[in-house]
Structure formats: structure tokens, C-alpha cells
Write a protein that binds this ligand. Structure first.
Ligand code: 26Q
Length: 822
């Protein structure tokens, strides 16, 4: 019945070739004798898709049959990147597909490049969700992801004359072969309108929401294969379509054509990903997207539950839902509404169920990023939900007074509804906190900080709600697939590839860290990865990189708190020093290639100026014959998942230099460490735990700690400014790199009391750490040893470990490994 291991599709080279050619002819409708590389990609993708669907169907039937507790990961973002290589690798069919394609005359590398990234996310939070899916599948968890199928993903960044320009990412142009449209899995989603109350026969009040607008959510399923397991889970993404039945009246009375055009507007709900991960902005369309996602998702989850259960009694034993930040928090009032208004459960029963199923992850302590929606907007768009939120708050405030003796100002400060001069606001994090059984931070230091700062009052009354779940990344994509030479060396050295599912085994590499021949091999593997990165930069710039240079990388979203500005200031200073050197002195300089990449939110003025500054420094430095190949600076445009897969393995050094206490975790730090790149960084986010695992002596740690930051901020204006900092600032201010006027707001932002992120304060310590980097590079054996120990110490940072902890400590779900047919 559940023939999971009994595959109908065969994976020998000839069968694969047949299936590829079959898809060329019948899916693409092209000539089977003549097709180009892109068509080869689409045909091969469809052939692989067949194999994914087979496993997906079997896995889902098996889960349905066993009916275990399931976990749903609700996220407004999934930054998936490419799927082809990942699917080949996880299905264990890399070799036969490679042979099949080369037999047909195609090069795997080129075929794979034809795929476009699915970039339905901004950065860390969205990529984390994607790593989690890979781990949940690999760990055989009965799990699904839910999100939105945006038609435009993260914008494409073009840098023209040093300025960022945003271009639309219409990623579906040629079709997306990995999704399965489910026209019959569709739900109505309501907006606007008003609520009426009816007295029911048993004397209870019945609330009916008469919507003013209705759209249809249609499911698109994306199979997510586990590694070395047939288990294939689902990422269900919703697309908005006009609804059929609604509003027929308007059609008949008015103008037919404009009614059709009106209907078309439904689709705008899922048209574009908001490319802003910095400051919260209360845009109506964004709130619509959030409600659209959670409403469709909850209807789907409740329908699935009811298929197998008569009452809601077992709901909390069958369902866990994780909220990826506050973005899906409307799921809470939506579940309450479904239980009360549509299934006629009372408040108490509904609340009991709701508070047992939701848990919530916080990803930031920066106050400007916390979601606060105007009550007036929520009331207009979702009148019933606003009533429910008020009711939740009313009961919560009662509880604070009665059970915790809280009154006065403190009640107001904990209230879900905040009164401001612009009107009342809904604090989404507080709503999520009140209704969730657990809240977690994403690294130890961050989880500690949320208890002491943004959620302190909640921690005082509910300490048991708070947990830490240090982030992780999937070693399948971020080591095994993106760095094949290192994969081979690790496997050969450990004598097993079990590390691909048990990353702790990397510890075994430490025993070889001193071994000269092993160091030699390790260094060769790094050179191979550096060559790939060099070739990427050659294509981008035409330059040949100095392979003896330290490849020094900072790639992440551009934010003031991440301090790309501090990086480029130190580069300006390095350049200035080289300029003043004699030829003899230059012989001692350790050459560097500085690579910086990342997108600025389109409305983030400072971040855009930082990009221009990096470009301006790059322009001056790279064209200065006095510098030669001792220093090069590149801004890599359009940093994305696929570029990261080349950049991360090819780096020697990576910068994780946020002001202590600002970066919740960081996840690229983990990817770099796995690939043997040394970290220069502050004691912030997951860097702290990385230092515990791989040893502070194997990193370049600098700067003040998070505990010192508040005091330093209040003393900023009186602190002594380091002369080297002043010198670097002067270079920019004096127009050394041109554009002095354009850069003056940047200079102002780090001057005196305005230096919120403490660049001036940390600069000396940063330069000192950079000096240690150069010293270390001069001792090749020692550098390589540290590189080996970085990889060896990165075992903790597998998302398998993270997901295992979520499953045990928060969700209460267990693996359900597929078994042999019964
Ligand atoms: C909110 C409201 C309206 C529009 C957009 C948003 C929005 C979207 C994305 C707000 C924030 C984000 C993304 C946040 C993010 O990526 N945070 C990062 O999460 C990583 C995973 O936990 C951490 O490693 C990073 O430290 C954290 O910055």
C-alpha cells in the first residue's frame, strides 16, 4: 500500500535519458533531436520532478495513514535559491543524471546554471526557513511549510556608476518546473466589510463577518526532498486569484469589462515581496498579504484535521504552528475566528486550543523593526479580527491585574494595544507572545537580550515561555553541494559521509589539524574554491585576482548596524598606508582582495550611500598603479543564494562585525566557518557560540561586548576619537574618493553623539584585529590549521540540530520514517 521504497521510475542512465528526451518532446514540445541548454535544464528538471512527485505522494499518504502530530512552519519568506542540484544530491541521483546529460551532449555545470533563483525572501529570515525545510525533510518530520508565491521575488540589484538600481525579478517567465499547481486546493479569503451579531437558539452570540472583498487562494506545492531518505515534505505557497461567485450583482448592473478589470486586482495581493527588512512600515497591501497567507493556511490546516477528526479535542495533539517572526501573527485571531464563528466553540475552549498550538520566533531586538499596525487599518481591513484582538487584550489585562498584581503605567506598557499621538496601534509581538506557548530567540546572546530588554515585563510574569534555539544552516547545500572538493576531502579523511546528516562528526577533522600533508590537501582545496570565485569576478570585472591575496568577504544586507561602513573605512586607511610606502616596504604588505556584496532596501537612503561609497573606494583603489595587486576592492552586484554558493567556499576571511547586541544571530557566519573561512568579528549573535565551539584563538575577535554598549552610547560625545579613525574619515570627507558632498550624511551619522553603532569606539580594536589577520596569513601552516579547526568546530551549526531541538522542546513532534511496504 505504501510502497515508499518501491520506485516506479528507474534511475539508471538510460531510463533517465529516456525521461529527459520524453519531456523535451512532450512537456516542452521541442524537437527531441535539437534542444538548447536551457531546454535541457527544463527537461531534466521535469524528469527529476517526476521522481520528486512519486516520493511526495508516498510520503503524504504515509503521514495521512499514521496521523501523527504535524508541524507547520508559517513564514512570509522562503529564500530557496536553486533546486536542481539540491534535488539531485538529496535523491542520490547526481551521477546518473550527470552521465545522462553528458551522453546527450550537455554539461551539468552549464545546465544547472540555467535555473533562476527562487528569491522569495529578503535575507537571513527567509533563508533560515529554507534551511529548516531541508532539515525537517531529512529528519523525517511530518512537517509542512506555508508561505506566499510572490510573482516578483527579491529585486535584482544593478549597480550603475556606483549607485544601486532595483529591477523587477519576474522569476516565473519561463515557468517554474518544481511547483505543482493545485487548482482544486483553493479557499476564499475575505477582507473589509462589517460584522453583525446574531442571537443563536442557545442564547449565544454569533458573529458573522460580511466581507466587502473576497479573493481566492490557490495552492502551489513545492516538494522538498530529504537527504538519503524517501521522505519528501511540502512547501505550500498561496497565489491570489479572482474569486468566481462573489459579487455577481455588481457584474450584472454595471459595466462588464470594468468589472473584469476590477477582479484582476485580486492578483496584486501576491504580486510582490516587500524588499524591506529594516524599518517597519504600515502598508495596507502588506497587511493584506499577511492575512491572505494565514487565512488560507489555517483553513487548509483545519480542513485537513477535520477530515480525520470529529471534534477539536485532539487539535493540540495533532497540530503545532511556528510563526516565523510576527509576520504571520494574524493567524492567531484567524484561528480564534474559525473556531468560534465557523465551528461554534466558545471563547474559553477556542483560547485553550489556540494557546496550545502557536509558538513564535523573534529575529530582532531593534525597536524600529517591530511590527505595529494602526488599529484603524486593522479595523477597516479585518473588522472581526480587530474585535478578537481587543477581546484577547481585555482578558490579558484582567489577568495582569488579578493574577500578577499589575496596575497603572505598567499595564499600559504591556498592553497589546498601544496609544500613541497618531492613534492606537496593535503591537504584533505582544499579541504573538500572549497567545503563544513558547517564544524563542535565535542565538544564546539574543535570547538573553530579549528577556532583558524588549520582552522584559513578559519574562517577569512568564519566564517558562522563553527559550533559545540557536540558528543553523543545512550542510547539504552549504557544504556538501557548494564545495565538492572539500566534501571529498572531509569524506576521505573521516572515512564516511555520515557527517552530511551528523555534522558533529566534523570534530574528527581536528585530529588532523597539525598534519602537514593534510594541511597541504586542505590548502589545495581552498585554492580550487578560490579559483572558482576568481573566475566569477573575472566575468564580472575582467580583472584577474591575485591568488596569493587574502580573499576577505563581507556579504549580507546593507544595514548601518552591520557596519559595512566600518569595513570600507579600514580599507580606505589600508589604501592610504600603501600609497605612502616605499617599494621596499610594499614587499612586506599582505595582499588583500576585499569583496563586499548585499542589497539595500530601496527606501534606505544611508544604505544606498554606503554602496556608493564602497564603489567609489573600489574605483580609486583598483585603478591606482601604486597599489597594484596589493589591494583590490569589489562590490559584487546582486548578491543572492546562488552567488553565495560560490563566494562562501572561496573566501579566506569573512567579516561579521555588527555592533554587539544588534545582530540576532547571523547565519552566513556558520556557512563560512563550515567552509574553513576564518571569522573577523564581534561578540555578537551566533559569533559568541561559534567562538565557544571553534575557539576564540581561531578567530579574530574584537570590539566591545553587548553589556558595555548602552553605557558607551550615553557617553559617545565625550569619548576620545582614535586618530586613525579620524584620518580615514578625513580621506572621505576631503574627496579622496570623490563625491564628498554625497557622503557627508554618512560622515555625520558616525560623528560624536550620533554614532549609534559605535564605529569610532570599535575602530582601533578592529584595526588591531585586521593586523592580527595579516600576521596570521604570513604563517601559512598556522592559518590552514585554524581553517581546519573552523570546519571541525562548526558541527553545532547544522540546522538539523536546530530542528531537532524545536521538535523536542517546542513542537512535540516525532520523526515518522517511511518504511517498507506493509
Ligand atoms: C516586516 C514588516 C513589513 C515588511 C517587511 C518586514 C520584514 C521582512 C523581513 C522584517 C524583517 C525581515 C527580515 C529579518 C531578518 O532577516 N532577520 C535576520 O534573521 C536571521 C535568522 O534568524 C538572523 O540570523 C539575523 O541576525 C536577523 O537579522
Amino acid at each position: 500500500l505504501y510502497g515508499l521504497l518501491d520506485s516506479y521510475l528507474k534511475n539508471d542512465v538510460v531510463s533517465i535519458q529516456e525521461s529527459i528526451v520524453h519531456h523535451v518532446e512532450f512537456t516542452l514540445a521541442r524537437s527531441r533531436y535539437k534542444f538548447d541548454t536551457r531546454e535541457a535544464y527544463f527537461a531534466a528538471a521535469h524528469s527529476l520532478r517526476d521522481r520528486l512527485i512519486e516520493r511526495w505522494n508516498d510520503t503524504q499518504a504515509w503521514i495521512k495513514h499514521k496521523d501523527p502530530k504535524r508541524v507547520y512552519y508559517l513564514s512570509m519568506e522562503f529564500l530557496m535559491g536553486r533546486t536542481f542540484l539540491n534535488a539531485l544530491h538529496n535523491l542520490g541521483v547526481m551521477q546518473p543524471y550527470q552521465h545522462a546529460l553528458s551522453g546527450l551532449g550537455y554539461d551539468m555545470e552549464k545546465v544547472q546554471q540555467a535555473e533562476r533563483d527562487a528569491a522569495l525572501g529578503n535575507g537571513g529570515l527567509g533563508r533560515l526557513a529554507s534551511c529548516f525545510l531541508d532539515s525537517m525533510a531529512t529528519l523525517n518530520l511530518p512537517a509542512w511549510g506555508y508561505g506566499i508565491r510572490y510573482e516578483y521575488g527579491m529585486f535584482r540589484q544593478v549597480v550603475s556608476e556606483g549607485f544601486q538600481k532595483e529591477q523587477p525579478d519576474y522569476w516565473l517567465t519561463f515557468g517554474y518546473p518544481w511547483e505543482i499547481q493545485r487548482p482544486h486546493v483553493a479557499y476564499p479569503v475575505k477582507f473589509y466589510g462589517h460584522v453583525s451579531v446574531h442571537e443563536s437558539q442557545d442564547g449565544r452570540q454569533n458573529f458573522v463577518w460580511n466581507a466587502g472583498e473576497e479573493v481566492t487562494a490557490v495552492a502551489y506545492d513545492n516538494p522538498i526532498p530529504g537527504f538519503k531518505t524517501p521522505s519528501t515534505i511540502n512547501l505550500r505557497l498561496w497565489a491570489a486569484k479572482p474569486c468566481q461567485e462573489f459579487d455577481l450583482e455588481a457584474f450584472n448592473t454595471g459595466d462588464y469589462v470594468s468589472s473584469i478589470i476590477d477582479k484582476q486586482k485580486a492578483e496584486t495581493i501576491t504580486s510582490v515581496l516587500y524588499p524591506d527588512d529594516k524599518t517597519f512600515e504600515g502598508k495596507e497591501l502588506r497587511l493584506k498579504q499577511q492575512h491572505f497567507m494565514v487565512s488560507a493556511t489555517l483553513q487548509d490546516i483545519v480542513r485537513r484535521y477535520k477530515e480525520q477528526h470529529e471534534t477539536f479535542d485532539a487539535f493540540p495533539e495533532k497540530v503545532a504552528m511556528q510563526l516565523n517572526d510576527t509576520h504571520p501573527t494574524l493567524g492567531i485571531p484567524e484561528l480564534m475566528r474559525i473556531l468560534m464563528d465557523e465551528n461554534h466553540l466558545g471563547w474559553t475552549r477556542s483560547w485553550e486550543i489556540t494557546t496550545k498550538v502557536f509558538s513564535f520566533t523573534n529575529h530582532t531586538v531593534l525597536p524600529e523593526a517591530l511590527e505595529q499596525w494602526p488599529v484603524s487599518l486593522v479595523e477597516k481591513l479585518l473588522p472581526r479580527h480587530m474585535q478578537i484582538i481587543y477581546d484577547i487584550n481585555w482578558r490579558f489585562v484582567q489577568e495582569l491585574e488579578q493574577n500578577h498584581g499589575i496596575s497603572g503605567d505598567k499595564l499600559g506598557s504591556m498592553s497589546i494595544i498601544l496609544d500613541t499621538e497618531y492613534g492606537k496601534m496593535v503591537r504584533m509581538a505582544y499579541l504573538a507572545l500572549v497567545a503563544s506557548h513558547t517564544v524563542n530567540g535565535v542565538a544564546a546572546i539574543h535570547s538573553k537580550l530579549i528577556k532583558e530588554t524588549i520582552f522584559k515585563e513578559f519574562h517577569d510574569i512568564w519566564p517558562e515561555k522563553f527559550q533559545n534555539k540557536t540558528n543553523g544552516v543545512t550542510q547539504r547545500r552549504w557544504l556538501a553541494q557548494c564545495n565538492p572538493p572539500l566534501n571529498r576531502l572531509i569524506t576521505e579523511t573521516l572515512g564516511t559521509e555520515a557527517w552530511i546528516t551528523h555534522l558533529d562528526l566534523l570534530k574528527g577533522l581536528a585530529a588532523h589539524a597539525e598534519d602537514e600533508t593534510f594541511q597541504q590537501k586542505w590548502a589545495e582545496v581552498k585554492v580550487e574554491a578560490k579559483a572558482k570565485l576568481a573566475s566569477l569576478l573575472k566575468d564580472l570585472t575582467g580583472d584577474d585576482l591575485n591568488m596569493d591575496a587574502i580573499f576577505d568577504v563581507q556579504v549580507k544586507r546593507i544595514h548601518e548596524y552591520k557596519r559595512q561602513f566600518m569595513n570600507i573605512l579600514s580599507v580606505a586607511l589600508r589604501y592610504d598606508r600603501i600609497k605612502s610606502m616605499t617599494e621596499k616596504e610594499k614587499e612586506e604588505v599582505v595582499p588583500r582582495v576585499v569583496i563586499i556584496g548585499g542589497k539595500a532596501a530601496p527606501g534606505y537612503d544611508m544604505a544606498k550611500r554606503i554602496i556608493k561609497l564602497i564603489s567609489a573606494v573600489s574605483e580609486t583603489v583598483n585603478n591606482d598603479p601604486d597599489v597594484g595587486d596589493l589591494l583590490k576592492v569589489y562590490f559584487v552586484p546582486d548578491y543572492n543564494v546562488s552567488l553565495a554558493e560560490v563566494i562562501v567556499p572561496g573566501s579566506d576571511l569573512n567579516q561579521q562585525i555588527s555592533t554587539a547586541g544588534t545582530e540576532a544571530s547571523g547565519t552566513s557566519n556558520m556557512k563560512f566557518a563550515m567552509n574553513g573561512s576564518l571569522i573577523i568579528g564581534t561578540m555578537d549573535g551566533a559569533n559568541v557560540e561559534i567562538a565557544e565551539e571553534i575557539g576564540e584563538e581561531n578567530m579574530f575577535i574584537f570590539g566591545v561586548g553587548a553589556q558595555e554598549v548602552p553605557a558607551l552610547r550615553s557617553q559617545r560625545e565625550y569619548l576620545q576619537v582614535d586618530p586613525q579613525f579620524q584620518h580615514a574619515v578625513n580621506l572621505i570627507q576631503n574627496g579622496h574618493f570623490g563625491w564628498a558632498d554625497y557622503f557627508s550624511p554618512l560622515i555625520e551619522s558616525i560623528t560624536g553623539s550620533r554614532d549609534w553603532y559605535l564605529l569610532a569606539n570599535d575602530f582601533e580594536s578592529y584595526l588591531d584585529a585586521q593586523e592580527r589577520v595579516d600576521q596570521e596569513w604570513r604563517d601559512k601552516a598556522s592559518w590552514t590549521r585554524k581553517s581546519i579547526l573552523s570546519t571541525a568546530g562548526s558541527g553545532k551549526f547544522s540546522s538539523d540540530r536546530t530542528i531537532h531541538e524545536y521538535a523536542e522542546d517546542i513542537w512535540g513532534v516525532e520523526p515518522l520514517p517511511p518504511t517498507i511496504p506493509e
